[in-house]
Design a protein around this ligand. Sequence first.
Ligand code: HSE
Length: 428
Amino acid sequence: MVAPLRLGVAGLGTVGIGVVQIVQRHADLIAARAGRAVVITAVSARDRSRNRDADLSGYAWEADPVALAQRDDIDVFVELMGGSEGPARDATEAAIAAGKDVVTANKALLAHHGHALALASEAAGRVIRFEAAVAGGIPVIKALTEGLAGNALRRVMGVMNGTCNYILTRMQSAGLPYDQVFEEARQLGYLEADPNLDVGGIDAGHKLALLAAIAFGTKVSFDAVELEGIGAISIDDIRRAADMGFRIKLLGVAQMTGRGLEQRMTPCLVPEGHPLGQLQGGTNMVVLEGDAVGQIVLRGPGAGSGPTASAVLADVIDIARGIRTPTFGVPAAALVVPTPARTSTPAPWYLRMTLLDKPGALAKIATALGEAGISIDRMRQYGHQGVQAPVLIVTHKATRDDVDTAMARFAATGVLVGEPVAIRIEEV
Ligand code: HSE
């Protein structure tokens, strides 16, 4: 008879209570699958008196998560508090020092300290697992470390912030401006306490950096992710992109190039017919490309109690089974320090601008593009607004530098009204 695996759960918010509920509801099923019982021994949260949707009476209570992490009667420290510093970091470090395995949903902690934590835990013969930290209920880390273990990964892409995808798809379906939908998202409780984590692309950037480390065997380098949020996306761009057969997504892309590792989390256009283009509301999608398998698409809930707890339990059950895959798929000491590369993989671009409606205006823009080495694929001019003409151009493949050169030349033409918009079209 194998002894039960004993969990200490720190953080009893939506996800923590979801974990408690699954452990209680599926005790038999989990024991059958893991070959041993999985039990919760002790829990910790900021406020003991809060009403929670689970019976916690059978568990010891620790006010201090560090004390929970150090208890002799837990085997696995389950960290569901969040935050890259403070109690989450202190308690995780304490758990490793005390010889515990760690399961966490904390993307910020791992994006900033994942390498050091993985080194420490592996030196102690323990593991840190974080399926729940990336794309919630989608088993993307298992897909990378197990299902695609025989592939060299070519590219990893994803829509990994449900709030941003909700905002962008709601803007399109309701024809509403960003500010109004942002407020709606706030009232629905979709936004993080610091909304910039969502709409500034930081939360999704953390997730991309973690996937890139696993996919390319590199040390997590969140600081090298090119980040751009969705705050500048206008309803005009959403509409015009749709006219041209595209959708705008906050898309993460990581790929290893001859120049180094490109990582970006930026608004991009994707074809409306690709699964990425069809992704609606708060759902997440991860697209993985391996040299042997080609492209696979994983879609599912990226947040919420059940989905995130589902991912936590996957890691817990692996540990109960004795499966001890290293945190980033290979031992942390073997992770390579990547050379960060600013995105210069060429792509088609969407350019939207307003021109003075006078002879030769469009010719000047076409000339500026030609001089920057950029070829036009498609172009559309919309109904004049007084003496102004909205113009939309889709280019053939060009680098970011060439587009920047063209934009600088546009400014010198004297025919531009306001600022032009340039958005990369990701070839998927
Ligand atoms: N705020 C995130 C999202 C969930 O909207 O997807 C947690 O990462």
